[in-house]
Write a protein that binds this ligand. Structure first.
Ligand code: 5GP
Ligand code: ZN
Length: 211
């Protein structure tokens, strides 16, 4: 747990550490990332210290997302970008380095021949039964405390104890391990997308679901 006094992004929000601010309102601040992945790469943070999105009360997420959208528009128009990537890593396992909630807003340019950000994770092959088990585990899971007040499950569900995470893991283990062979649909999609099959296969080789 990072102390708000010491938190880097809290300090930027309070103006104690300089940053190139591009937007601010009562609740949020946006500033340029010090290591921009493209010119105009901005970070949008709430002024209040929440480590991840799941810690933010539901009542504050709407305003926060409005600000993310506003900044996305400013960055896109200010940089004459053709697209915008918006991403947020939540938790160390997801790659979060600074433990204060932030969304990356990155201008994207057609000339980059750009992949979507999610393509950094290769797709996992899961059979239909495993997909059903996974969908159920997620649909029946308990919400995070920050969402407790006004949480409505997508479909009315009988109240059940939250499934233990091991259920989801065993569902994945039960599925056939990914192989290097791609099915026909994947192959033709990758050909269409001009992706390098060899590279995909070698990355896939290293995947293990034994997490
Ligand atoms: P994360 O990996 O946590 O999603 O992203 C943290 C981001 O914060 C990184 O892209 C990194 O470049 C940026 N960053 C880290 N320290 C500073 C800083 O002192 N000032 C600014 N403007 N950005 C920072
Ligand atoms: Zn903070």
């Amino acid at each position: 747990m990072v102390d708000e006094k010491q938190c880097l992004f809290c300090r930027i929000a309070r103006g104690e550490i300089p940053a190139k601010k591009v937007y601010e309102d009562g609740e949020c601040v946006a500033f340029l990332d010090i290591n921009p992945r493209n010119p105009g790469h901005a970070l949008v943070i709430p002024r209040k210290h929440y480590e991840t999105l799941l810690d933010m009360p539901d009542g504050e997420t709407g305003e926060y997302f409005r600000s993310v959208k506003r900044v996305a528009g400013l960055v896109k128009n200010g940089m004459n970008a053709q697209g915008i990537s918006i991403s947020s890593s939540n938790g160390q396992a997801a790659g979060q380095v600074v433990a204060h909630l932030h969304f990356h807003v990155i201008p994207r340019f057609a000339a980059e021949g750009p992949p979507g950000l999610e393509s950094m994770l290769s797709s996992k092959r899961l059979d239909d039964k495993a997909m059903d088990q996974i969908a159920q585990a997620i649909a029946k899971a308990s919400p995070e405390p920050a969402a407790m007040q006004d949480f409505q499950p997508s479909a009315p569900q009988p109240r059940q104890p939250a499934p233990r995470p091991v259920q989801a893991e065993s569902a994945i283990r039960a599925a056939p391990r990914p192989t290097t062979a791609m099915n026909k649909t994947e192959q033709s999609k990758k050909k269409r997308d001009g992706e390098d099959e060899e590279e995909f296969e070698s990355i896939d080789d290293e995947i293990s679901f034994d997490f």
